[in-house]
Structure formats: structure tokens, C-alpha cells
Design a protein around this ligand. Structure first.
Ligand code: NAP
Length: 242
């Protein structure tokens, strides 16, 4: 399959890194299913991309709402018949998140519900559609903050950012990536974790130093790749440690 023929669903694609990945993959010829939880924000983003020539359709999907995930999978089954690339991009931070000894547990649970359980639920719902592809690929948008190795390194530049909920949810997503990659290897579906890098978006009050194009770069590279290894954790600068 050429990259032009790919059908790609990106969750949380109404803004930030997800929207930029949708834009770049759309311009590369992918049919983009723009996943978003809010109809108004989804329509505005899809209208923008359509005006730029992207083949885009909105798929309503809220990671916190199992019925919306089931409805989204039913919609894509009926309208598209298969899915080639799933980008699990949607995620949250929470102001009540914090250090391991004191973080508000309700906040930690909220973060895990969206970032980990939500992404797992979306993946499970869309697996039958990915199995219908000849080039199935799952890209879990993780973070350097999800790396246990980097969290354990006191000299790492982000060593001070030790958020139990956010970092923990991304570490769990990394493990999901590794064990799902092993499970799907014989089916030819590739599974990746990607660290976009510190990127200026609403998630961090636009404090990130990378542009949206830089933040989307590794997601876009993998979504366009033919074949390649599975079970990887990479950023635009190379391999990240688990
Ligand atoms: P962002 O601008 O805040 O965008 C997050 C997206 O996720 C929004 O579209 C948001 O929708 C959506 N979302 C949140 N909860 C959702 C839910 N329950 N159901 C469906 N959609 C939901 O953040 P971003 O920086 O682009 O982040 C994209 C990904 O990159 C995330 O996985 C993040 O953890 C990761 N990441 C970011 C950075 C960085 O520096 N920015 C670094 C490392 C990793 P609404 O607009 O409706 O809220």
C-alpha cells in the first residue's frame, strides 16, 4: 500500500500536535479521520484542514466515554471498512497531579483514565479494523516523561518533572506498546511509542520550545513508513530509552 492510500485516525486531533499530524499526513495523501470529543472544535479543525486540501472527516470520540468509542468504531466500520493507522494522541494533564508522595489520587486516576485506559480502549475497539489493513500501524503518543530510565537519571534535563499521574500514565502506555507489539507481530500490525518532544501547546501553556511541526515529525514519519521494526520508542532525534 502506498502512503497515499492510507486511512488514518488521530484522537485529540482538533488542536496541538494531533491537528498538526493530521495536517501533514493529509497533505501527504492520507485520508484523515479527525478524532475529537467536541463537535464544534472538531468541525472548526476539519474545516481548516479541508480548506488546505486535506481529505478529512470528523469522527467523534471521547476517550472517557466507552459508548463514544464503540460508536466511533462502528462509524469507521460502516463508512471506511478498515483502518491503516491509529494515532493514540489525545491526553490530559491535571493541576492536582504532583509528586509520588503527595499527588491527589483522584487526579492520578483521572489522568490514567484518559491517557492510559482511554488509549487502550480505543486500540481494542479499532483492532478489528486494523486487522483488515495490509499495513496496520498503531502509534501511541507517549512522552520522555514516560521513560522509567530517564526518570531514574538525576542528570536528565527534565529530571525535576516527576508527576505521578502524567509520567505514570505514559510509562503504562509504553508497556502497553511493548506487549501489544509482541501480541500483534504475527498479524503484521506494527506498534510504536513516540516522544514528540517538548512542544508549545495548550498542554503546557505553550512553554515548550519546539514548534508544532517538530512535535508532529516522528508521528508523521512512522505513519508514512513502509514496514520497519515494531515495539519501538522513538523521537525525531532517534531512539528513546524505555
Ligand atoms: P493539547 O494541545 O492539549 O491537545 C490534546 C488533545 O487531546 C486535544 O485535542 C484534546 O481535546 C484531546 N483530549 C483530551 N482529553 C480527551 C478525551 N477524553 N477524549 C478525546 N480527546 C481528548 O496537547 P498536545 O501537546 O498536542 O498533546 C498531544 C500528545 O502529545 C499528548 O498525548 C501529550 O501527552 C503528548 N506530548 C506532548 C508534549 C508537549 O510538549 N506538548 C510532550 C510530550 C508528549 P479538547 O480540545 O477537546 O480538550
Amino acid at each position: 500500500m502506498t502512503t497515499q492510500d492510507r486511512i488514518t485516525l488521530i484522537t485529540g486531533a482538533n488542536k496541538g500536535i494531533g491537528l498538526e499530524a493530521a495536517r501533514q499526513l493529509g497533505k501527504a495523501g492520507h485520508r484523515v479521520l479527525l478524532g475529537a470529543r467536541d463537535a464544534g472544535r472538531a468541525k472548526a479543525a476539519a474545516d481548516t484542514l479541508r480548506a488546505e486540501g486535506v481529505n478529512v472527516r470528523v469522527v467523534r470520540i471521547d476517550l472517557d466515554d466507552p459508548s463514544s468509542i464503540a460508536a466511533a468504531a462502528a462509524d469507521v466500520t460502516a463508512q471506511e471498512g478498515r483502518l491503516d493507522v491509529l494515532v493514540n494522541n489525545a491526553a490530559i494533564v491535571d493541576p492536582a497531579d504532583g509528586p509520588a508522595g503527595t499527588a491527589d489520587l483522584a487526579a492520578v486516576r483521572r489522568i490514567f483514565d484518559t491517557n492510559f485506559f482511554g488509549s487502550v480502549a480505543v486500540t481494542q475497539a479499532f483492532l478489528p479494523l486494523l486487522e483488515k489493513s495490509t499495513a496496520g500501524r498503531i502509534i501511541n503518543v507517549s512522552s520522555g516523561l514516560g521513560s522509567i530510565a530517564l526518570n531514574a537519571d538525576p542528570t536528565w534535563e527534565y529530571a525535576a518533572v516527576k508527576l505521578l499521574g502524567y509520567n505514570g500514565s505514559k510509562a503504562a502506555l509504553n508497556l502497553f506498546t511493548v506487549i501489544l507489539a509482541a501480541e500483534l507481530k504475527d498479524k503484521g500490525i506494527l506498534v510504536h511509542a513516540v516522544n514528540p518532544g517538548y512542544t508549545a501547546t495548550d498542554l503546557n501553556g505553550h512553554s515548550g520550545h519546539q514548534t508544532l511541526a517538530e512535535g508532529a515529525q516522528e508521528i508523521v514519519r512512522l505513519a508514512r513508513l513502509d514496514g520497519g521494526p515494531t515495539g519501538t520508542f522513538t523521537s525525531k532525534d532517534g531512539t528513546d530509552p524505555w
